[in-house]
Design a protein around this ligand. Sequence first.
Ligand SMILES: C[S@@+](CC[C@H](N)C(=O)[O-])C[C@H]1O[C@@H](n2cnc3c(N)ncnc32)[C@H](O)[C@@H]1O
Length: 367
Amino acid sequence: MPAEIAQVADFSQIRYAQCWEDADILLSALDIQPAHICLSVASAGDNTLAMLSRSPKKVIAVDLNPAQIACLELRVAAYRQLSHPELLELIGSVPAAPAARINLYRRCRSHLSAASRQFWDERPNAIATGTGSAGKFERYLTLFRRYILPLTHSRDKIAQILKSLTPEERQTFYTQHWNNWQWQLLFRLFFSRFVLGRFGRDPSFFQYVQAGVAEHLLERTRYALTDLNPAENPYLQWIATGQHLTALPCALRPENFQPIRANLDRLEWHCTPLEDFLETSPIPTIDRYNLSNVFEYMSPHNYHRVLEQLIRAGRPGSRLAYWNLLAERRRPESMANRLRPLTELSSHLYRQDKAFFYSAFILEEII
Ligand SMILES: C[S@@+](CC[C@H](N)C(=O)[O-])C[C@H]1O[C@@H](n2cnc3c(N)ncnc32)[C@H](O)[C@@H]1O
């Protein structure tokens, strides 16, 4: 079964140079154990590597986009070759001179496959500015930071909202200083389905979306700025400042660097659609799945077919974790005797989701 999305969207460039999905809730949901074999959508590599920090028997990463595999490979090489502070410089979590980043890349490049080496060799600018900014989605966020945010709020106000405030102080600050008409108007325009589809994602990614896109994102951003703590939110910090200030995503935290590096030999990756991988590869039985929000790019019919494949490849007790951004995907009633939703846990984790734009976090267990 060829991937539906590959037929309508261009996958020759990096779409996501970072994984915009919260690995902390993913790891809490999956409860990965040393005997587990995990299958993970690669994206830019962050969450696949975060899974390695739990020392499972194996992590298999798949992605249909060779540019995303190049992102994963570069991260793997960086964990092998660089120190933790150097890794943060290469990605752009912290400032570094462009030449310094190029030098870091030179130390990594011999660990890349020929295809990924050629990919990165042809993109010195992406390396010089920090590889975490190199995707279409990150470029869209950069536009927001450079051209929209300054029209709505001063630098001081942006610094203030990212500070560690109490929940009450955050609510007051948001209501009295942040939620002005410029913010509401420009946010709605910039994150409209039309602008986001053209410049941030791909129009085809919205094929199965009905809800008001900007309205949903505005409400979720309010949640992240008030109910959650921006000082602990690396995703929000990157959107607002282009760096990680006081918080890092799971895979980039210092305490996870050595565990990930020590387990790199347990990781394998394949540049192939998930559907094809499940159909054609002699896969071992999978215990844990990180499925990003790939189902949202499929018709409900194809989603159900892939669920069937995942159930076949999993063992009883296997867990499937995935997100809904704007289209609803959860196992149909007709599969109730094969997949059990772990609703209480997933709802609890969704309330903590620091990558705040999603509309649901789904966790299901194979019966
Ligand atoms: C689904 S995207 C989601 C990114 C982010 N959550 C968002 O929606 O803004 C994450 C990764 O999935 C990959 N992907 C999408 N559909 C896939 C499929 N059917 N098989 C394998 N990888 C797929 C993309 O290439 C991308 O690297």
